[in-house]
Design a binder for this molecule. Structure first.
Ligand SMILES: [Zn+2]
Length: 257
């Protein structure tokens, strides 16, 4: 039996970049949410916490209806999982589920109390949307899991990509996005790219004439993104994007992709 080498698709490489950044730029994320071990390499996707490999085994024993465990590097994360995860993180989780256990070993029973029975959750947090999300998320989980199995779109749309390039659309990144959005329909993808190029030109003109004037909420969002370790330009382009996507994690996603 030879060693099986897992091929990590490109999409996950960029997810890993985001996750690693998220881990390194929030102090709480640098330590396992349950035992405090350094540089956790796993995550509970639905609970939104970084955990160490030791605790990840216990999380798996909790069952996926309580905790969905993934490696931050080698497992494939769907866009939905990324979004769910990035809005939580260990700092938020600590506020909600209770603090890290120190000086005593983490047991399965403790984790059951913490994440399943919610024994350490304060009454006022019980209606927190993040906590409720962890359950409803599971309903979508099997479905998203199935669609993520063929997430290596670059291989999937190899022929279509070649067609687009031969037609003069040389920006592979945009081509791939268009192919994903149109499910590999070259004609529709072409329309999409042409449209996007026109809009890009329009926007460029718009940005150069607009003033940078964020609301306090938008300033907060920008700060939040920066606190997560992303260097973003606080300019009109950023601001309009934030307004458009109306949610910082989508923005974050766009930053890296
Ligand atoms: Zn741990």
């Amino acid at each position: 039996m030879g060693l099986k080498i897992k091929k990590v698709p490109k999409q996950q490489k960029s997810n890993y970049k985001i996750l690693k950044n998220f881990r390194h730029n929030t102090p709480e994320n640098m330590y396992c949410a349950d035992c405090g071990a350094k540089e956790p390499k796993y995550a509970s996707v639905n609970l939104g916490v970084f955990i160490c490999s030791k605790c990840s085994h216990l999380h798996q024993l909790l069952g996926p209806q309580v905790s969905v465990v993934k490696s931050i590097e080698t497992d494939i994360w769907t866009a939905e999982e990324m979004q769910n995860f990035l809005i939580m993180g260990n700092a938020n989780a600590k506020q909600i589920y209770g603090a890290v256990v120190r000086n005593r070993p983490v047991t399965l029973d403790y984790l059951r109390q913490k994440y399943d029975s919610l024994s350490f959750v304060q009454e006022e947090n019980k209606r927190n949307s993040l906590i409720n999300k962890r359950k409803t998320f599971f309903g979508n989980y099997n479905q998203s899991q199935a669609s993520s199995s063929d997430v290596d779109y670059e291989t999937k749309y190899l022929n279509e990509m070649e067609q687009l390039i031969s037609m003069g659309f040389t920006k592979k990144k945009y081509n791939l996005k268009a192919l994903i959005l149109t499910k590999g329909n070259v004609q529709k993808a072409t329309d999409l790219i042409i449209n996007a190029q026109a809009k890009h030109q329009e926007k460029k003109t718009l940005y150069s004439t607009m003033e940078y004037n964020p609301t306090s909420q938008e300033s907060e969002t920008i700060e939040q993104i920066e606190n997560m370790g992303f260097n973003i330009k606080s300019n009109t382009k950023t601001l309009l994007l934030i307004r458009k996507v109306n949610s910082f994690f989508f923005f974050l996603y766009k930053c890296v992709l």
